[in-house]
Design a protein around this ligand. Structure first.
Ligand SMILES: *Cc1c(COP(=O)(O)O)cnc(C)c1O
Length: 434
């Protein structure tokens, strides 16, 4: 019996299946872009703990910050005993988030909580209830988070009733255009549709926020074309509706800029949510936005016991130092260029790959049964992630049909590890294409 099978048996007896693990490995240590399982097997990590390890596992600067803070104090609760790291991090994010206006930041624990707090704040500031979100969106698993999320299985199935006053608009999914048009001839009809949405679906005067991921993560790394968010922002501004951009998965340098929305020049979201890679694996999320919105909820209206935990804040400060001063964002962009070239090369040779998309190192390939019908190749994607795991590569799928393969490798991955990972991936595609 391997250490894995022994643990797996104990797991099956003691932990509910709902808290599923897509990859069958128990990890004993991880460093950089490599995880080692309990049987001593090394795994190249293209998943990064679902986009959390942009700076890599056990980055020495992050570990040092965590250790130093843990030895001083682990928790006081921000509402009871304040500390400088919270202020330092808020000030830094207020500068890093785009927008030529005064900003404020508050912290929570998870991406879902960041979304919840952004929506609560937007509702408070506008005195309105409705939230417009998008098809294929993912915003978390809490009641409001899953209500805003699009995909039914596994996130919403039998978990209702859902939160009210949520309206879902079509998104800029060019490969499967909801309007059956093609870019650029479409003239961004999907963005303009929001105007119609405000006539047919919900009144703009009842709308507290429009909430969007700049590149949809769980939904399939769906990347809107240039000009899209400028158009969405213009419509929001016309109706005085705050625009919330959910950067939980796309932020912290994943796309080659600190935030993905920076790729749509001139877009200045009213509120931005961040989590995942922000604190290098420590639970932390941030809501950064216009001071006049952020500062509206009454004294004591927002927060939580662990929100903005000092160890997490110190870890996040270290992550920012590594991303900017050690220029790891640039390295991430270089990795993206390499990976994109390889994925496009595979696409040219294997019919299975319908589209390669994304920005920076937030890249994905959508697998299809044939390129004409674009029938999702869900089983192939499942098989591919399984085969890759067996050969030592941790890889994640995403997309409403589970047919999209995404890359979320740490930026500290060495050229050798990257090459080996891509090699395993290509072999997997090759075998499936036989
Ligand atoms: C992962 C994710 C969330 C939810 O974050 P949790 O920390 O799991 O609650 C929200 N929004 C986006 C875009 C995400 O990718």
């Amino acid at each position: 019996m391997t250490a894995y099978t022994a643990l797996q048996e104990r797991r099956a007896r003691s932990i509910p299946q709902g808290a599923y693990s897509v990859t069958p490995g128990f990890i004993q240590k991880a460093e950089g872009a490599v995880m080692t399982d309990v049987d001593g097997r090394e795994l190249i990590d293209f998943a990064g703990g679902i986009g959390v390890n942009n700076v890599g596992h056990a980055h020495p600067k992050v570990v040092a910050a965590i250790q130093d803070q843990a030895a001083k104090f682990i928790h006081t609760c921000w509402h009871v005993g304040m500390y400088e790291a919270y202020v330092d991090l808020a000030e830094k994010l207020n500068v890093l988030v785009p927008g030529d206006f005064d900003k404020m930041t508050m912290f929570a624990n998870s991406g879902a909580e960041a979304v919840e707090n952004a929506v609560k704040t937007a509702r408070y500031a506008t005195g309105r209830a409705a939230v417009v979100c998008f098809e294929n969106a993912f915003h978390g698993r809490t009641l409001l988070g899953m209500s805003l999320t699009s995909k039914i299985k596994p996130y919403k199935y039998k978990f209702g009733p859902f939160a009210p006053e949520i309206y879902r608009a079509p998104f800029a999914y060019c490969y499967r255009c909801p309007f059956h048009l093609s870019h650029p001839e479409c003239g961004l009809a999907c963005a303009d549709h929001l105007e119609e949405f405000f006539i047919n679906q919900v009144d703009p005067e009842d709308t507290a926020a429009v909430l969007a991921e700049p590149i949809q993560g769980e939904g399939g790394f769906i990347t809107p074309p240039p000009g899209y968010f400028q158009r969405i922002q213009a419509i929001c501004r016309k109706h005085d509706i705050p625009l919330i951009i959910d950067e939980v998965q796309s932020g912290a340098g994943r796309t080659g800029k600190f935030l993905a929305i920076e790729h749509w020049e001139g877009v200045e979201p009213d509120l931005v949510t961040m989590a995942k890679s922000l604190a290098g694996g420590m639970p932390l999320s941030a809501i950064t936005g216009r001071s006049e919105i952020m500062n509206t909820p009454h004294l004591g209206g927002l927060g939580g016991t662990y929100s903005g935990n000092p160890v997490s804040c110190r870890a996040a400060l270290a992550v920012l130092e590594v991303l900017f001063e050690d220029k790891l964002i640039q390295r991430g962009a270089e990795i993206g260029t390499k990976v994109r070239a390889r994925l496009e090369d595979m696409q040219a040779r294997y019919e299975l790959i319908g589209e390669v998309r994304g920005i920076g190192s937030m890249l994905a390939m959508e697998l299809v049964q044939d390129r004409e019908t674009k029938q999702p190749a869900t089983e192939a994607a499942k098989q591919l992630t399984r085969d890759c795991f067996d050969k030592g590569l941790v890889l994640l799928s995403c997309g409403n049909y589970g047919n999209v393969i995404r890359t979320l490798m740490p930026f500290v991955i060495t050229d050798e590890q990257l090459e080996k990972g891509l090699q395993i991936l290509e072999e997997g595609i090759q075998e499936l294409s036989r």
